[in-house]
Design a protein. Structure first.
Length: 176
């Protein structure tokens, strides 16, 4: 092996080691938990995750169903459309049994212009009843919104992992 080739490898190795030492892994906090900026970061993450489930942010349907890997049903239903926002219901049904209650059953508000998604309600009959219509004595909106939106964020990640997806031609289209 020529000496110059050996030198190049050694030099590259040293450079890579220096780069690695300078960029050691460290925790980066973009926003403090339970702060306004932290909540907005969760809303942004919720939007990005919802877009992975529903690639068309304008939701060109009134209701759509998706089946996951294990046959569970995820239903997305548009409840209200406004100029910059859309309110939807996202409900998960573990079985197709008649009268089966969704768990969880979430109400979401999509802020399309700001690219945010906020969980505005968790239904009281769900397993997550502790999060339903949270009323903190202090009336602090951050304290009320934080648990619902963390639940939504984790739930959306789970739905993506389970293979739910609302992209496709099989759903009914709105007549405009």
């Amino acid at each position: 092996m020529p000496a110059s080739l050996s030198f190049d490898r050694v030099a590259r190795s040293r450079i890579l080691v220096r780069m690695a030492l300078k960029t050691r892994t460290r925790k980066i906090h973009l926003a403090e938990p339970r702060s306004f900026s932290g909540l907005m970061a969760v809303y942004e993450s919720n939007f990005r995750r919802l877009l992975r489930l529903v690639p068309e942010a304008d939701l060109p349907f009134d209701q759509a169903d998706s089946r996951g890997k294990h046959g569970a049903l995820l239903r997305l239903q548009v409840l209200e459309r406004c100029r910059f926002t859309t309110t939807v219901r996202l409900a998960h049904f573990a079985s197709d049994a008649e009268g089966a209650a969704p768990d969880p059953d979430l109400r979401l508000r999509l802020y399309r212009d700001a690219q945010l998604v906020e969980a505005i309600r968790v239904d009281a009959y769900a397993q997550y009843a502790a999060l339903a219509d949270i009323q903190i004595e202090t009336g602090d909106a951050l304290e009320q919104q934080w648990p619902r939106n963390i639940l939504l964020n984790k739930w959306l990640a789970f739905c993506i992992e389970q293979g739910f997806n609302f992209a496709g031609a099989g759903r009914p289209r709105r007549a405009d």
